[in-house]
Design a protein around this ligand. Structure first.
Ligand SMILES: C[S@@+](CC[C@H](N)C(=O)[O-])C[C@H]1O[C@@H](n2cnc3c(N)ncnc32)[C@H](O)[C@@H]1O
Length: 468
């Protein structure tokens, strides 16, 4: 038996010793590394709807309530969520994130003495999230929503140093068991990143036991800025996830994972749901992409591209364009993708129905202001409509040109067998965004034609609103 399987077996016995229930008559934890999916849980038999697949007692969860660290450093966790005290130089403000990272660091450094050691042995040590990509790998994401700022390496370095490392270094006797070697700053930061990334991809937002029945978002962390309690939930986090999913986590006295579908055939992977995330965000948080998430892809169109297209169309310099208050810098373009059905299936026919209501509003206001400040900028409504469509189309084309390769080059790349996982994922993110941009250009062309007909007194196409 290889070490991977041995670690899985130790984890399963430990899970049971903590009071966890796992239906091994129905399920198995499988090695899915051949398809880059780590461990996952697969049905051994056909499973009917609403079957409880496994149950996790709350004492098996790692969080502020179960780890001894909160008893050892009460001051740190008592002020969870409180505002930073500017006058107190020693005060280090913690949020649900940083407190869970501290707790995980503490338990990890305890080694064999941690109650959760067999669980740590099945958690990952390497990640494919862009935070860990080389400069050359990151270059493949050029043009996409995953900007350096969004990936946030510098920001997370600073956050970990000021809130996590500071606490560890101030309390060495708490974090380092007797006789263990203290880590250098560099080693500690690397470990904090590893743990931070585990929390990002594995932690659950824990509903309070008393709020039973409130199962919105299946308990997965959705609002990472919020003040809710985060926890690591062994076994529930062995589940992989997709936009098309078939299981659901119920938060009660214990956490229960239930099947969602009227029938889950033997051999099916049990899948959780991380929410309607675009490929870029799935990659940023979890380090993978899937075909099913592509419907949720988004593009960020900068206003600067629209403004420079306008200036070019009107034959004026950008500095001659009006300056309005409260201008948006970016506009999100996304399809109307609907929601998965009650069994987690993607039955809704997704479609791009409008470019962006916010861009429409800003551009319309902008063109009105332009007409006021430069009455000869365009003659009539028809010309304004033409300029409106042409500027958006030109901005979309300019955005399309910001990606390193064309759609056909991307498609050819994806047919190559020898691409690295990270390169392939970057190409898929790029391709998804470019496909959406092409749909957007086609939509503008269609709408421009319809508007011209409307101006000429012909039939008008009714604009359909996208989801709220
Ligand atoms: C909560 S864990 C799931 C268990 C994980 N497979 C493991 O072996 O520990 C989330 C991580 O699993 C992987 N993952 C989840 N769903 C996946 C999927 N549908 N395809 C590929 N990898 C997936 C990603 O690496 C993600 O960061």
């Amino acid at each position: 038996m290889d070490e991977f399987q041995a670690a899985t077996d130790r984890f399963l016995s430990w899970f049971r010793s903590m009071g966890g229930d796992f239906r091994d008559d129905l399920l198995e934890i499988k090695d899915l590394r051949s398809r880059d999916a780590g461990r996952g849980i697969v049905a051994l038999k056909d499973i009917p709807e609403d079957t409880t697949l496994f149950t996790i007692p709350r004492n098996a969860i790692i969080n502020v309530e179960t780890s001894d660290l909160s008893g050892k450093l009460p001051g740190i966790f008592d002020q969870l969520g409180a505002d930073e005290d500017e006058d107190d130089e020693d005060s280090v403000r913690q949020d649900p994130w940083t407190s869970l990272i501290l707790i995980m660091l503490y338990e990890y450094l305890l080694g064999d003495a941690s109650r959760w050691k067999p669980y740590f042995d099945v958690l990952p040590q390497t990640f494919d999230t862009p935070l860990f990509w080389s400069e050359a790998e990151l270059k493949e994401l050029e043009g996409t929503c995953l900007t350096t700022e969004k990936i946030g390496k510098q920001e997370s370095d600073e956050m970990l140093k000021s809130r996590v490392l500071k606490v560890v270094k101030a309390n060495p006797t708490v974090f380092y068991p007797e006789g263990t070697t203290h880590l250098s700053d560099e080693e500690l930061l690397a470990l904090a990143h590893q743990i931070g990334s585990t929390v990002m991809a594995y932690a659950f937002d824990l509903d309070n036991a008393s709020e039973e029945g409130d199962d919105e978002e299946d308990g997965w962390v959705e609002d990472r800025e919020g003040k809710t309690m985060l926890g690591m939930v062994p076994m529930a986090d062995i589940l992989n996830a997709n936009a098309d999913f078939n299981a659901h986590v119920n938060h009660g006295d214990s956490l229960e994972v239930l099947s969602l579908r009227s029938n889950l055939p033997a051999g099916t992977e049990i899948l959780n749901y991380y929410g309607p995330l675009p490929s870029s965000e799935l990659l940023r948080r979890y380090g993978y992409v899937t075909l099913e998430h592509q419907r949720y892809d988004v593009v960020e169109l900068p206003w600067s591209l629209v403004a420079s297209a306008l200036a070019q169309r009107l034959n004026i310099t950008e500095s001659q364009l009006p300056k309005l208050e409260d201008m948006e810098d970016y506009f999100i373009i996304e399809r109307d993708s609907g929601d998965p059905d009650s069994e987690g299936r993607l039955t809704f026919e997704y479609k791009l129905r409008e470019i962006s209501p916010e861009l429409d509003e800003q551009l319309t206001t902008f063109l009105k202001a332009l007409k006021k400040s430069k009455p000869d900028a365009f003659l009539d409504k028809r010309q304004r409509v033409e300029i409106y469509s042409a500027a958006i189309k030109q901005a979309l084309a300019a955005k399309l040109a910001q990606y390193p390769t064309t759609i056909s080059a991307n498609e050819a790349l994806l047919k190559k067998a020898d691409m690295s996982k990270r390169h392939r994922m970057a190409v898929e993110v790029r391709l998804g965004e470019k496909t959406l941009l092409q749909e957007a250009i086609a939509l503008v062309d269609g709408e421009a034609g319809a508007k011209e007909e409307e101006e000429d007194g012909g039939p008008a196409t009714k604009k359909v609103k996208t989801k709220a």
